[in-house]
Design a protein around this ligand. Structure first.
Ligand code: NAD
Length: 314
């Protein structure tokens, strides 16, 4: 039969495209429950789903930040049966930490970390009982590698990666699979919201030098990286059917942007952490607008290093 796939945060971006792609699967392998906080925002999804809407795609309300909402949604599903849970809902936050309140930081963790845990806690016991299921999390390369001025967002994704790494081991015993999907930059509302937010903000509490580095060094580089290396939500959605179909043999980590494989490798190539910290420092402060070029160069350099390590393992 069809696998029941529940996805969070489907009103836009990656979640929307995943819902549509899985619902329109040629082999009709999935029934998608596309969830969002507010069904008033369903139009884009419904339009993109076309004929699939009402057949292989149904909608449900779900706010990952509320226990009640999560319970109600799962209780509303026949036998509470979810084969594949895709945790996609997430929010971003950039800027100097001096200007971000603890409350604002907590709200990022509330969605990106506790939101995912809330979903897992509701769905996992049934999966364990059934000795089957797949939990997928849309993490980020920033769940593996910190990026300047993304301190809190990266921390929330790191937290989730740590949580899932622990759980993945236990779940193996129950034939439940855990997979992370780690995109690099993706063109979605996420990015436009971030840029818009930054333009409106004053950054109280941060000193002039820090604000200058953020606005005039980091931001242009970031926009440039998005423009030259950014993937589309469809690029990320395309990763989901193979991950689901690999079932218990699915990889735990799934990077979507080949550029990032070497950047993450930098971290593991030097256990002192110096290599990645200094590489990022030079890219940002010495290369600035040429950052994407240097990232590509780094890709070649690291690929060389990885290759030689593979050829002559010591
Ligand atoms: P997006 O803003 O278009 O999508 C995020 C969705 O989550 C939105 O539809 C939003 O309404 C929803 N959401 C937010 N809070 C929610 C809540 N409490 N309950 C339910 N839904 C909620 O951005 P996106 O890029 O599609 O983001 C999807 C995921 O991809 C996020 O987890 C994000 O961290 C991750 N990601 C994005 C990028 C990128 O560059 N855009 C890169 C790596 C990872």
């Amino acid at each position: 039969g069809q696998k029941v796939v529940l996805i969070t945060g489907c009103s836009s971006g990656i979640g929307l495209r995943m819902a549509v792609m899985l619902a329109k699967d040629e082999k009709q392998r999935y029934h998608v429950i596309a969830t969002m906080r507010d069904l008033k925002r369903k139009d884009k999804l419904v339009e993109a789903a076309g004929d699939a809407y009402g057949k292989s795609l149904s909608l449900a309300v779900l706010d990952v930040c509320t226990d009640e909402s999560v319970k109600q949604c799962i209780n509303g599903i026949k036998d509470r049966h979810v084969d594949v849970l895709i945790n996609n809902a997430g929010i971003g936050l950039v800027g100097p930490v001096e200007s971000i309140s603890i409350a604002e930081m907590k709200s990022v963790f509330e969605t990106n970390f506790f939101g995912v845990i809330r979903m897992i806690k509701e769905v996992m016991p049934d999966m364990k009982k059934r000795r089957g299921g797949h939990i997928v999390v849309v993490s980020s390369v920033m769940g593996l590698q910190g990026v300047v001025f993304n301190d809190v967002y990266a921390a929330s994704k790191f937290a989730m990666e740590g949580f899932c790494e622990c759980l993945a081991v236990q779940l193996l015993k129950f034939n439940v699979t855990m997979s992370m999907i780690e995109p690099g930059p993706v063109h979605t509302e996420f990015e436009s919201k971030m840029i818009q937010d930054v333009r409106q903000k004053e950054f109280p509490g941060a000193d002039a030098d820090t604000v200058n580095y953020f606005k005039n060094v980091y931001l242009p580089s970031s926009v440039d990286i998005f423009e030259t290396l950014g993937q589309t939500p469809d690029d990320i959605a395309r990763v989901s059917p193979p991950v689901i179909e690999q079932g218990s043999s699915a990889r735990f980590r799934n990077l979507t942007n080949p550029l990032y494989t070497p950047i993450v490798a930098l971290k593991y190539a030097d256990e002192t952490g110096g290599l990645s910290v200094h590489a990022f420092y030079h890219m940002l402060f010495n290369l600035g607008p040429l950052m994407h070029v240097s990232m590509k160069a780094m890709q070649y350099l690291t690929c060389g290093c990885l290759r030689s390590r593979t050829v002559s393992p010591n």
